[in-house]
Design a protein around this ligand. Structure first.
Ligand SMILES: Nc1ncnc2c1ncn2[C@@H]1O[C@H](COP(=O)(O)OP(=O)(O)O)[C@@H](O)[C@H]1O
Ligand SMILES: O=C(CO)[C@H](O)[C@H](O)COP(=O)(O)O
Length: 545
């Protein structure tokens, strides 16, 4: 058996890869876009509230049904040659399901109820709940949040559970399981309610020693502890283990052997570390797509303010995985693309290139600093290092001569400055960064972007040759679950993807960007003033205890 299946569920599409377990070669692949995409405005003409970002779980099943048989066919292999299957998923992407694992959105009476649908990581309907949770922790000397950057993000699972409790009791009543979408897929494949330690550790305030923080939940809502017990529990499976075996029913649907080993789900960005082979400490990996996640591994747990968190064994057994992030990166560039004038969209269409490519080309004609613009990239809030989804973006220096490509460039620079803030936080806490890796959909699509990052971070950046590092990581987990390699380390060494190139900083640009970063930093501290002060106070308080 020489192949594994890796399935990466992103924000806009799912990607199924068939990967050779000895060489990492991708033998077959199928990308399946989600039919309903991200639902933000209405369900069957019924308007939904503004900060909602929903998906239809049916689209995930289509990725399996359409993607797996086609990817296997493209690979030209027999299903018996597959050793195991792994899944990675965006997170916290939350599914509510009945006891048969059927999502409540499939029930006729809930067709237009937004709370019955999948709540995507970027759904901000639980901002109030996240703020309330933060306040309760603050009143308790911040005692539960140290391993979560001293913050609560509305992107996480528990605020979303609180949102259901406050706004959708009718849904909660019929919900047997509240699940990470990754766990829901794996549970559906093996027909058993299982939960992976990766998303559970990062998104639900859980750790292996203490379990869930029930004393915290009690203070949030009297009903919350029992909801967590009833609807979030399930057999725990750790990364590097086997979750279970493909059920007979799913084997018929997907054309795969019944009993095929299935790995526990891993968060998409975390999976990418495995795919690029960044499995040691002192390496920073940027997974750049709709958003960016900044991952590191370390042998100690440090309570770094403003990051998304750190969890033991979440990526490589024995090491702490650290995550920080920016909640709008590709999305911010897409926002600029939408504002391009007709003449630009026509030019792009005539030249058979995307508007992104056209804007990149035009932006590349400007030198560093030439646009006169500095932006703050908080159009979808700030994930790190302030963790406040209500913060908004800024653009400074506009004149009547500013063109859309200037703004596009300013946004690229702003996201790189945001990454520099995160890098500094890691370094300030003794997490030395010797190497920077970039993967995800963006690095290969936009060469200017990667040069800007190298110049602003003042570090060489190794770019993965694969756009699909998370799916490779998932295939690695599938291989280990199926016994194709004995250890994660062995599987990573065999299956990791090569680098396409390394982009080096240009010293002239580095100097210019150092002064522009000072302006970005001032904008950051000015616009994030209240949040920064609150975090400083919390941190001092925690340090005294
Ligand atoms: N040439 C480009 N330059 C910059 N951003 C791009 C370009 N083409 C697409 N994008 C952005 O890439 C994002 C999608 O990234 P991708 O990694 O493919 O998906 P996902 O984040 O869902 O895993 C979108 O937000 C889109 O706006
Ligand atoms: O928060 C996450 C990881 O913890 C999300 O999964 C991630 O930010 C979304 O990923 P993508 O930009 O690839 O859709």
């Amino acid at each position: 058996m020489t192949y594994a299946i890796g399935i990466d569920f992103g924000t806009a599409s799912g990607r199924v890869l068939i990967v050779h377990i000895e060489t990492g070669e991708v033998a077959g692949m199928r990308v399946v876009p989600y039919k309903s995409g991200t639902i933000t405005s209405s369900l069957a003409d019924k308007a939904i509230p503004h900060p909602f970002a929903l998906q239809d779980a049916k689209d995930y099943m289509d990725v399996l049904r359409a993607g797996i048989p086609e990817a296997v066919k493209k690979a030209g292999i027999h299903p018996d040659q597959i050793v195991g299957l792994g899944v990675d998923f965006t997170s916290s992407t939350v599914v509510v399901a009945d006891d048969q694992l059927t999502p409540l959105s499939e029930k006729e009476k809930f067709k237009t109820n937004p709370h019955a649908y999948v709540k995507l990581w970027k759904h901000h309907g639980a901002s109030k709940e996240a703020a309330d949770m933060f306040e309760v922790a603050r009143m308790n000397k911040n005692r539960w949040l140290g391993n979560y950057g001293y913050n609560v993000s509305s992107e996480w699972m528990i605020p979303k559970v609180m949102e259901l409790l406050n706004n959708a009791p009718e849904i909660l009543k019929e919900t047997a399981y509240i699940m990470e979408a990754g766990d829901w897929i794996v549970s559906t494949l093996i027909q058993e309610n299982v939960r992976s330690n990766c998303a559970r550790g990062f998104k639900t305030f859980w750790n292996e020693e203490d379990g869930f923080f029930y004393d915290y939940y009690e203070q949030l809502h009297p009903k919350l502890p029992s909801i967590i017990k009833e609807k979030l529990e399930g057999r725990l499976v750790k990364i590097g283990e086997k979750a279970g075996e493909l059920s007979n029913e799913m084997s018929k649907t997907l054309g795969l052997p019944a009993g095929l080993p299935v790995a526990p789900a891993i968060i998409d960005a975390h999976s990418a570390l495995l795919g690029v082979g960044s499995e040691r400490k002192n390496q920073l990996t940027m997974v750049m797509g709709t958003s960016t996640c900044h991952l590191m591994l370390h042998d100690e747990q440090k309570q770094i303010p403003g990051i998304s968190g750190s969890v033991k064994d979440a990526i490589i057994p024995g090491l702490f995985a650290y995550e920080a992030g920016q909640s709008a990166v590709g999305d911010l560039f897409a926002y600029a693309v939408k504002q391009a004038p007709n003449e630009y969209t026509e030019e792009a269409s005539n030249r058979h290139i995307s508007v992104h490519q056209l804007l990149e080309e035009k932006a590349a004609e400007k030198r560093a600093g030439e646009t006169g613009l500095v932006a703050l990239d908080w159009h979808n809030g700030n994930r790190s290092v302030l963790s406040d989804s209500d913060l908004s973006g800024l653009l400074l220096g506009l004149t009547l001569h500013t063109k859309i490509e200037d703004i596009y460039r300013a946004y690229m620079e702003a996201t790189a400055f945001g990454t520099k803030m995160i890098m500094r936080s890691y370094e300030d806490w003794g997490m030395q960064i010797d190497e920077v890796f970039a993967c995800g959909g963006l690095p290969q699509k936009n060469a200017l972007l990667m040069q800007i990052y190298a110049d602003i971070l003042n570090k060489p950046i190794h770019i993965s040759a694969s756009d699909y590092a998370p799916a490779i990581g998932a295939a690695i987990l599938g291989t280990v679950a199926g016994g194709g390699h004995r250890t994660m380390e062995e599987a990573v060494q065999k299956m990791k993807q090569p680098f396409l190139k390394t982009v080096y900083p240009i010293s002239e640009n580095v100097k210019i960007y150092q002064s522009l970063f000072e302006i970005y930093h001032e904008m950051h501290d000015f616009h994030g003033f209240e949040r920064i002060n609150m975090m400083k106070r919390l941190h001092e308080l925690a340090a005294r205890d």
